[in-house]
Design a protein around this ligand. Structure first.
Ligand SMILES: Cc1ncc(COP(=O)(O)O)c(C=O)c1O
Length: 519
């Protein structure tokens, strides 16, 4: 007997959703298709329809019911389709997806456990970083120059950065290179950028290098970390300047290196050593002008340093962080340009020239170190943002970089002169300024050492925040001084800050006198 055809399964009810809740506001700034998309999406997320059998009304019906055009409805529905809320069944219509996209995105809530208070084991590496800060004291975003805080050292005038030009160039490179800028890219850096940097350094810093020696990195700190990891084994010795850029010591300690501070005299780093002292494998210096004292390393000291490095098979790490901003005479050539024995690792950053937020810098690697540097970078974070790199390449090749440097040098020169004049007028009885040939900071030595704690307290209270020089010292016992930044503030702001500081100090002086007399 022929098998009886099985009865068709009971047809599932396919209700057409009415979407009565939709309320469109023609006066709102949100486009109608976005409102429609959002309201349908929220309705679907409410969970009432996600059984795969709820059908949507046709776009014509929805449009007529809501008094809107079909193209508005289609735009909303196509977005819901694209995100996976709807699916089309040819010949049957559009249905609510069985599983909404949220299913794949939202993790289930973990059961709440009672927290167990047990000390966490932290690695020796973390403990070795010489840094007493805690919590958001590390957070430069939180502790940087906010409103009402002024004269902090080392801050460039980011409000002068040509954002509109940058945006235009970024749009151009994205239009030209498209998805190529979205892929992983070379861990040496963008080819055009490396060419542009090499040309700039040869022309302006008297460097001797070719683009293959350039490695684009995420700023000076990364340049230091990569270099230290490549040339020093843990516990081997690096010399650094004392006082020094505070991040240098931290970064080298992170690399496991033994840091030996070396004093600074009026020629630069002092390279004399006692016979018992271990030889360094790397020597960190800021020859263009020492941070924070501002000394420009003399030609003789440069030669002596290179001779020492050559004789002892050490590398010199040249941190050329803001050599572009010189105010007296032409710059001396970079150490890299003077070196004929491949002993100098040169590094630069755009943090001062342009802005620190870009997190871009570059290493000029001695030939024999290129591969090791690239190997470390690729094990670290591969590369910096290809979009930013390509934009910077264009910024340089189209002349905006040089023009920005020239414009900023002029602005900084004016601010510096103004700062010096006003400072001497208002605060000259308490401080002696040590004016460097270059850079964005000026050291002010106290005339009366005993004033130091009081001035420190007052600068912190009133928001005029030079750093104490001792903050940058490791073993150096220098007389009390403050390091003032002048670059990021207009003359009016500089004057206001200095007046505020001078009057807070003189008020404090009067209060003290008054206290003494009434005793
Ligand atoms: C001596 C020195 N080097 C480098 C930098 C900048 O480093 P980065 O490129 O990591 O922002 C600074 C910033 O203040 C500095 O003072």
């Amino acid at each position: 007997m022929p098998k009886r055809k099985s009865r068709p399964q009971k047809r599932r009810r396919r209700s057409i959703i009415a979407f009565e809740m939709i309320r469109l506001d023609r006066t709102a700034t949100e486009p109608l298709h976005e409102q429609l998309y959002r309201q349908i999406r929220d309705e679907l997320k409410s969970g009432r329809f996600s059984d795969g059998s709820s059908r949507l009304p046709s776009s014509r019906t929805l449009a007529t019911d809501r008094g809107i055009s079909r193209s508005t409805v289609r735009l909303a529905l196509s977005k819901l389709h694209a995100e996976g809320y709807l699916l089309s069944k040819p010949g049957s219509g559009t249905f609510v997806a069985n599983l909404l996209p949220e299913t794949f995105l939202t993790a289930g809530q973990a059961k709440t456990y009672q927290p167990i208070e047990r000390p966490i084991r932290i690695s020796d590496r973390v403990r070795a970083i010489p840094d007493a800060r805690v919590g958001n004291q590390f957070d430069l975003g939180a502790t940087g120059a906010g409103p009402g805080i002024s004269l902090i050292a080392s801050i460039p005038a980011v409000d002068e950065f040509p954002i509109a030009v940058w945006e235009r160039l970024r749009a151009q490179v994205l239009a030209k290179k498209g998805v190529n800028l979205l892929r992983y890219s070379s861990n040496r850096g963008d080819g055009d950028l490396r060419k542009a940097i090499a040309a700039y350094l040869c022309d302006f810093r008297a460097a001797h290098c070719h683009p293959d020696q350039i490695i684009v990195v995420a700023g000076m700190q990364q340049a230091m970390l990569i270099s230290a990891m490549a040339v020093l084994n843990p516990s081997e010795v690096a010399w650094i300047e004392d006082p020094c850029y505070q991040q240098t010591r931290r970064v080298l300690s992170l690399a496991g290196v033994k840091v030996i501070p070396k004093p600074i005299d009026n020629q630069g780093i002092v390279i004399a050593r006692s016979p018992k002292e271990p030889l360094p494998r790397m020597i960190y210096v800021t020859p263009s002008h020492q941070f924070p004292l501002g000394v420009t390393m003399t030609f003789q000291r440069r030669t002596a340093l290179l001779d020492f490095a050559r004789a002892h098979n050490a590398f010199v790490f040249e941190d050329d962080y803001d050599a572009e901003f010189r105010f007296v005479g032409p710059p001396l050539p970079s150490l890299q340009g003077m070196d004929n024995a491949n002993r100098v690792i040169y590094a630069g950053t755009v943090s001062k020239i342009l802005c620190p937020g870009l997190r871009l810098g570059y290493i000029v690697a001695p030939e024999q170190l290129i591969d090791s540097f690239v190997k470390i970078r690729s094990a670290m974070d591969q590369h910096s943002s290809p979009i930013d790199q390509a934009t910077l390449a264009r910024f340089i090749t189209e002349g905006f970089f040089l023009s920005h440097i020239k414009r900023m040098r002029k602005i900084y020169a004016e601010r510096r002169d103004f700062f010096i004049k006003q400072f001497n007028e208002l605060l000259g009885d308490r401080f002696t300024l040590q004016v460097p040939e270059a850079g964005l900071n000026i050291v002010a030595w106290l005339k009366r050492e005993e004033d130091f704690p009081m001035i420190k307290r007052i600068t912190s209270d009133i928001g005029v925040r030079p750093s104490t020089l001792s903050f940058f010292c490791i073993q150096a016992k220098l007389k009390p001084a403050f390091v003032f930044g002048f670059a990021a503030w207009t003359p009016t702001q500089i004057r206001e800050s200095l007046v505020k500081l001078a009057s807070a100090l003189s008020k404090r002086g009067k209060d003290l006198n008054h206290g003494r007399q009434s005793r």
